[in-house]
Design a protein around this ligand. Structure first.
Ligand code: FAD
Ligand code: SIN
Length: 505
């Protein structure tokens, strides 16, 4: 089936929806999501959005904190651009009706997270992402020019003479591949943290847009810098549950099983050191003591304060039998955020004409070697707006010819799901064990040889079988795994999130 739109947006998280909403209603826009609209990382964000909102804070301080976290590898122009556009993005969300937490009738409550020299995280209690995604979805549903396609999975971009003309998309309900033609195509497919066995992310984040962009010829950058969030709930029934860094911002302490704090011995900023330092310290203590997790303790704070600031985490833990007002929370690090991605300029433009990348799938230069907490939702909003402005300025016109239909007449239906499931598990375990928080050249070389072998298997299967969701994601995942390993092998110094015991810092 053919579909033709002015703008094709792959992804319905903060990046994709804010771009769609910043475009005028005269343009027809398709938003594609591989699950239901609200299933994405945005929806699970807890801490908040960083922005300079008080007169005793400054752009210079937010820029400086971002540069320090990024360990010297940020792009200064991208950092300034994002920080300076942050207040406008927050005002835009307030205009859409978002329900940020207030400290009194006049002021919003600003919380603090690791690496920030000032309280500057605006938030909706401990479920900012849900409030944000609901606000964007409400606005999207009120716009008749935006068509949302749920349970549609992008397979590949279609390009002619370095010009992107749309994408092939698997329609899961109908079990067929549709061709979507568009004047402009936007990759807003989120990050790739599900390439690791343990992740704070929902299952949609398999790096699909990064893989599609790379296959089409886009440059990628900084993929060796995958952020591991220090504190994910350790419980067999918890799934991918984050315990927000804002809890440490409000005084929670990391402790060993005997109750002693350990972070001050690793960094003078203690629990609020940048995430790479905290995650490595936890990893170190877990391996040194042979324990399964460490403890995060906020029980010294008044119970009322805890319930008011962290209502969702309080309830989730209570449902699992942990009363965080009285006892510590078992936590471990997990893969959380992809700092690298498709290389873009300040307008979200890739090197391919009419192809943009925004949000976690992109690499704007904002994060460098490590992302400062709560700068990512901000980046989605700022670059959603700048890409929309650029599209309008450069003119949007539909392709004259629709892209050719997908041809799967020579392949058969996939029969052996077990092969795919095994490949999935193998990639994610290999990445966790060999390309995780702490790396070495030997581990990286082992990862490479396994990924090379898996790549051949997956490519061979792809050449003979019709696609399904699992298979499409697996094909994207192996590309991202390979790119991460290659980037990690090339980096000859430990910096930011890339820590190789064979390399100097
Ligand atoms: P997402 O929100 O992940 O959306 C991706 C979209 O792409 C989805 O709609 C998905 O269905 C779609 N998609 C993916 N692949 C395909 C495909 N092949 N075909 C079609 N559609 C596809 N950041 C902060 O700044 N502050 C926080 O407090 C914060 N807390 C976080 C807490 C958690 C638990 C997590 C996981 C992340 C958190 N982050 C936070 C990071 C932040 O949420 C993400 O970086 C951000 O939401 C990414 O937005 P996005 O729009 O780029 O991608
Ligand atoms: C958190 O709330 O700890 C996550 C914040 C982020 O990832 O920016």
């Amino acid at each position: 089936m053919q579909n033709t739109f002015d703008v094709l947006v792959l992804g319905g998280g903060a990046a994709g929806l804010s771009l769609a909403l910043r475009l005028p209603e005269k343009l027809s826009i398709a938003v594609i999501c591989k699950d239901v609209l609200q299933e994405n990382s945005t929806n699970y964000a807890q801490g908040g959005i960083a922005a300079v909102l008080e007169s005793d804070d400054s752009f210079a301080a937010h820029v400086q904190d971002t540069l320090v976290a990024g360990a010297g590898l940020c792009d200064l122009a991208a950092v300034k651009f994002t920080v300076e556009n942050a207040p406008e993005s927050i005002q835009w969300l307030i205009g859409l009706g978002i329900n940020f937490t207030r400290s009194d009738d006049k002021n919003y409550h600003l919380t603090r997270e690791g690496g920030h020299s000032h309280r500057r995280i605006i938030h909706s209690a401990d479920s900012t992402g849900r409030d944000l995604e609901e606000t964007l979805i409400r606005a999207t549903k009120s716009r008749s020019n935006i068509s949302v396609f749920e349970n549609h999975i992008a397979i590949d971009l279609y390009k002619h003479d370095n010009h992107c003309l749309g994408a092939y998309i698997y329609n899961e309900a109908e079990d067929r591949v549709d061709a979507f033609s568009a004047g402009k195509t936007v990759i807003a497919t989120g990050g790739a943290s599900r390439v690791y066995l343990y992740s704070s992310n929902p299952s949609v984040t398999s790096g699909d847009g990064i893989a599609m962009g790379y296959r089409a010829g886009c440059q990628v950058a900084n993929l060796e810098f995958n952020q591991f969030h220090p504190t994910c709930l350790y419980h067999p029934l918890a799934g991918a549950s984050l315990i927000t860094e804002a809890m440490r911002g409000e005084g929670a302490q990391l402790k060993l099983p005997d109750g002693t704090r350990f972070m001050p011995a690793f960094d003078e900023r203690g629990e609020l050191a940048p995430r790479d330092i905290v995650a490595r310290a936890i990893d170190h203590e877990i391996k040194r003591l042979g324990i399964r997790h460490v403890w995060l303790d906020i029980s010294h704070k008044p119970a009322e304060f805890i319930r008011e600031h962290f209502p969702n985490i309080y309830q989730k833990c209570l449902d699992l039998g942990i009363d965080i007002t009285r006892e510590p929370i078992p936590v471990v690090p997990a893969a959380h955020y992809t700092c690298g991605g498709l290389k873009v300029d300040l307008n979200g433009q890739t090197g391919i004409d009419s192809l943009y990348a925004i949000g976690e799938a992109s690499c704007t230069g904002l994060h460098g070697a490590n992302r400062l907490a709560s700068n990512s939702l901000l980046e989605c909003l700022v670059f959603g707006a700048s890409a929309a402005r650029h599209m309008l300025a450069s003119g949007v016109s539909r392709p004259q010819q629709p892209i050719p239909p997908w041809d799967d007449s020579r392949v058969e239906k996939a029969r052996e799901e077990v092969l795919l499931l095994h490949n999935w598990e193998e990639i994610r375990r290999t990445m966790w064990n060999y390309v995780g928080i702490v790396r070495s050249f030997e581990r990286l070389r082992r990862a490479k040889s396994r990924i090379d072998m898996l790549k051949v298997e997956i490519q061979d299967y792809y050449s003979r079988h019709r696609v399904n969701r699992n298979f499409i994601e697996l094909r994207h995942l192996i590309v991202v795994a390979e790119l991460i390993v290659e980037a990690a092998l090339k980096r000859d110094k430990s910096v930011g999130l890339h820590y190789n015991i064979d390399c100097p810092t």
